[in-house]
Ligand binder design. Structure first.
Ligand code: ATP
Length: 454
């Protein structure tokens, strides 16, 4: 059996130190311990992966609790699935050397130094799964590492590496996974895989596109059969939402979306939804404009590209349907707002910005909108006169400040109240329209404004 010790040694010193620490603690319990899933796949492929998925042949929850205790980490238990997540919340020391990590006894409580803040480790009891109903979540019970790998989605994700002392680095491969990885091929482990869990129909496309792998022949046939049985429509929409978000977060989103449409269609999102060449072009532009924004405005809020993709994907649905879809999939309120605003505002603002518009009017039109909607409006338009105004807003007007504050107003004898805001707004608009430049000019402009209001 292949030994991956050398590959493990080429991981970052922090990862290696964590593995050694976990292995030493599992040794105290006498539990065989493995890294599983995506980490092993990526280790063999030489892709960096920081998500550690640990499986224990023994009581994984008890083990995770003890590990969290020794690391002074948060512990989150998911009893139904016999899994737990620990999250490191504190870091007291700088990064160590790996040989130092191996030397630290898990009992000393010094392990926290090898785990930076926010590190998340998933720990599970090796388990078997029984699907009592298609497309519903399974019932789980403790099992062996073989059972645990056998319940996984695809062979390339069904390998483990032992990190137990004495077997450190040994590859565990019961399902010809290594051979599939070598042949760049994705294969389900049994013929009912897509029926048991139809989210795998979306997952397989994600991995196929990410690694440029091919779908094994029988797997492709099973996929098509599951699509014909409309299996995706039988899954809870919240689970589909999570898979869609993962697709939107892939580096090759547009390719993934095209492939999802080609193999599965969009009926699982809404029967009226189609993929058009216009939508594809807009998805690409959304990506480019997002990148431009990130590079040119590093000090502004970071935008989630995936929400832009979602807005573009759903844009073609009628407004009421769109609202319904967003609700059914339970997208977050702030995400739904962006999608709805893009649908209703992008066209409208472009029309308003077409003609001659003063800077203050541009500000009034765009200021109430989220950056995401402005970026999408920018991506959508081909007209330079609209583009320039949107860019001017981002570069010049947004974040523009006046010198005057409530203090000056009070000093000038204005009584505090709602008109304070009005006066300050009038000043800001006048500044944007270049009616004054210096602080002194602003003050005399202000006096005129106050006089006019009296
Ligand atoms: P990524 O690189 O996108 O994070 P991953 O392989 O690490 O991919 P996760 O979603 O983090 O994927 O899941 C971890 C592991 O759990 C997978 O590698 C796979 O073995 C297993 N798994 C995840 N989802 C399923 C599923 N729906 N059915 C069966 N096994 C699954």
């Amino acid at each position: 059996m292949e030994n991956l010790t050398e590959k493990l040694k080429s991981c970052s010193s922090e990862i290696l130190a964590r593995l050694k620490f976990i292995a030493a603690l599992a040794g105290e319990f006498n539990y065989p311990v493995y890294i599983v899933g995506g980490f092993v796949r990526d280790l063999i492929l030489g892709v960096e992966d920081f998500d550690l998925d640990i499986v224990i042949e023994g009581d994984g929850i008890h083990f995770a609790k003890e590990l969290s205790h020794r690391l002074k980490a948060d512990f989150i238990k998911h009893r139904r699935f016999q899994t737990a997540t620990i999250v490191i919340k504190d870091k007291t020391h700088p990064h160590p050397a790996p040989q130092e990590a191996a030397a630290v006894k898990p009992s000393s409580g010094a392990g926290g130094r090898f785990f930076s803040i926010g590190t998340k480790i998933d720990i599970a009891t090796a388990r078997k799964e029984i699907y009592e109903q298609p497309a519903a979540l399974p019932r789980v019970s403790p099992g062996t590492i073989k059972d645990d790998l056998g319940r996984r989605d695809f062979s390339i994700n069904a390998m483990a590496v032992s990190i137990s002392e004495g077997a450190f680095g040994q590859l565990v491969d019961f399902y010809d996974s290594r051979e599939d990885l070598r042949n760049r091929r994705i294969r389900v482990l049994h013929s009912l895989s897509f029926i048991d869990d139809p989210t795998r129909l979306l997952r397989i496309i994600r991995f196929e596109q990410r690694f440029n792998f091919s779908l094994e022949k029988t797997t492709l046939r099973l996929l098509k059969e599951a699509v014909n049985l409309k299996m995706l429509q039988k899954v809870h929409k919240h689970r589909l939402r999570d898979e869609l978000i993962l697709i939107f977060k892939e580096p090759q989103t547009v390719r993934c979306i095209k492939r999802v449409y080609a193999l599965c269609g969009f009926e699982f999102i809404h029967p009226g939804l189609r993929l058009s060449s216009k939508m594809l072009a807009m998805l690409k532009k959304a990506n480019e404009t997002h990148m431009w924004f990130k590079n040119n405005f590093p000090h502004k809020r970071r935008l989630e590209l995936w929400v832009l993709y979602l807005a573009v994907l759903l844009e073609g649905l009628p407004s009421l349907t769109l609202r319904k879809v967003l609700m059914e999939f339970a997208f977050h309120k702030s995400e739904s707002k962006i999608v709805l605003s893009y649908k209703s505002d992008a066209q409208r603002i472009s029309l308003k910005l077409k003609g001659a518009v003063s800077p203050s009017s541009i500000y009034k039109i765009l200021e109430p909108l989220r950056y995401e909607v402005i970026i999408l409006a920018l991506a959508k338009t081909n007209e330079a006169r609209i583009k320039n105004k949107l860019i001017d807003f981002l570069r010049l007007y947004n974040g523009s400040r006046i010198f005057t504050s409530g203090h000056e107003l009070k000093a000038l004898g204005v009584q505090p109240g709602p008109h304070f805001k009005e006066i300050l707004k009038t000043l800001l608009y006048a500044k944007l329209d270049k009616k004054f430049h210096t602080k002194e000019e602003e003050l005399s402009y202000l006096q005129n404004v106050i006089l006019a209001k009296r």
